[in-house]
Design a binder for this molecule. Structure first.
Ligand SMILES: [Zn+2]
Length: 417
């Protein structure tokens, strides 16, 4: 399975200048190739293949007066820029045809010097990690790296990133063997909330991180300062960097916190069940800010990645599942409840429920039913697995083939994925 490992890097002033030039060349190659493809489309001609395109916008272009400077930088990131454009097109077509799930992917667009994030991707031909721990980039030189954690294996690619806060990072892709943890019995359902971050079916509560609010206050102050500066002034440029730095701080703090939470959950439980919340739908509405803060989709992605790596399972219960309406004790469906209602008593058995805890328990039960009924599901002593095969999509591994978009019907008419 492929994992990403990111580190801060500290290029010298000279290296930063070389990187800036390489960012520019990779951007021009991307834009030229995109223009060629767009023109071909307009003229009704077939798209030029990768090899022809490479000849046209890199090898051939270097020989022309207008693009001769392409020869002054390493060729590897230029070729990768074309590959990435190919991938962007493939993702777009797969998204249109429904082969790719998730949020719709748009057509590739032209890149600008003013884009907040600049990236360069190198393959094994373009970078090396020296014995002294420096990262050697072709035609750039040996760059200092802050190795915040060890790389588990030789990386297959390295992406150099310049973020809006002016910081440089390298993100390696590493192919690692999953390291399955010893099995444990615990399984949990998780209800993602708004008053608290999440409630687990075993009664544990994960609170919203208050320190994020603090980092955000700083961000807001920086934004106010920026809005008061005259356009085009030096002070405005300075204030803009301050805002970007505050943004980066919020993002880093949130990511760090999410990593800690998800690692703990995956270590302690064999299977985790979540609701397939329509985060995008919610984020457009009035709850936008808190949903965005909560980073639910990142939370889920991290759980899935870590489960694949450590031999755990993540089950997603369809969002139509009425987790907050059912009584987790007797199964009575008590009807919808406004968000303001935090506690309710079951109309059938009279048990008093905490709204979120009850929902988490329901999610656990629904997820377990789906998982046990799945063909090839976990055979546990004493649990009979029904024989009829159902077309259940399996696997959350990163390397799995793209999902087909077929949704199977799970226990109780709840679609599973
Ligand atoms: Zn009840």
């Amino acid at each position: 399975m492929h994992l990403r490992y990111s580190y801060r890097i500290y290029p010298t002033a000279g290296q930063r200048a070389l990187l800036a030039r390489t960012f520019g060349c990779a951007r021009v190659v991307h834009n030229d190739a995109l223009a060629v493809r767009k023109e071909a489309r307009k003229a009704g001609r077939p798209y030029p293949g990768s090899a022809d395109l490479q000849k046209l916008v890199i090898t051939g272009a270097k020989k022309t007066a207008e693009r001769a400077w392409l020869a002054s930088v390493g060729v590897d990131p230029l070729i990768q820029s074309l590959r990435d454009l190919d991938t962007a097109y493939r993702n777009f077509f797969d998204s249109v045809s429904g082969k790719r799930q998730g949020r719709p992917v748009g057509l590739p667009r032209f890149k600008s010097k003013r884009d907040a994030r600049q990236t360069l991707r190198y393959t094994r031909n373009g970078f090396r990690i020296r014995g002294n721990g420096k990262l050697n980039l072709a035609k750039i030189g040996d760059v200092r790296v802050k190795w915040s954690r060890a790389l588990p294996a030789d990386p297959s690619s390295a992406t150099v990133i310049l973020d809006p806060a002016g910081r440089y990072h390298v993100s390696f892709v590493v192919d690692v063997e999953p390291e399955h943890l010893p099995e444990v019995d615990a399984e949990v359902g998780i209800d993602l909330g708004l008053t608290t971050y999440a409630v687990l079916s075993d009664g544990r509560v994960i609170d919203n991180p208050r320190f994020l609010r603090k980092a955000e206050k700083k961000l807001k102050a920086a934004q106010r300062e920026l809005s008061r500066k005259t356009k085009g002034s030096k002070n405005r440029a300075k204030a803009r960097i301050k805002v970007a730095k505050a943004h980066a701080k919020v993002a880093d703090t949130r990511m760090d916190w999410l990593h800690k939470q998800t690692t703990r959950i995956i270590r302690e439980t064999q299977a985790v069940y979540l609701e397939d919340l329509n985060v995008r739908g919610l984020a457009r509405g009035r709850l936008a800010k808190s949903v965005h803060d909560a980073g639910w989709s990142t939370f889920r992605r991290l759980l899935e990645e870590k489960a694949a790596r450590y031999g755990r399972a993540v089950g997603i219960v369809h969002r139509a599942f009425p987790s907050s309406q059912l009584c987790s004790e007797c199964g009575h469906r008590d009807g919808p409840k406004p968000l303001a209602i935090r506690e309710w008593a079951c109309g059938a058995c009279g048990v008093l429920h905490d709204r979120d805890l009850n929902a988490a328990r329901n999610i656990l039960a629904a997820g377990q039913a789906d998982r046990l009924n799945a063909p090839g599901g976990p055979a546990r002593p004493g649990v009979a697995i029904p024989r009829q095969a159902r077309p259940v999509e399996r696997g959350t591994h990163l390397g799995d083939p793209p999902r087909t978009g077929i949704r199977a019907t799970g226990a109780g008419g709840i679609p599973v994925r």
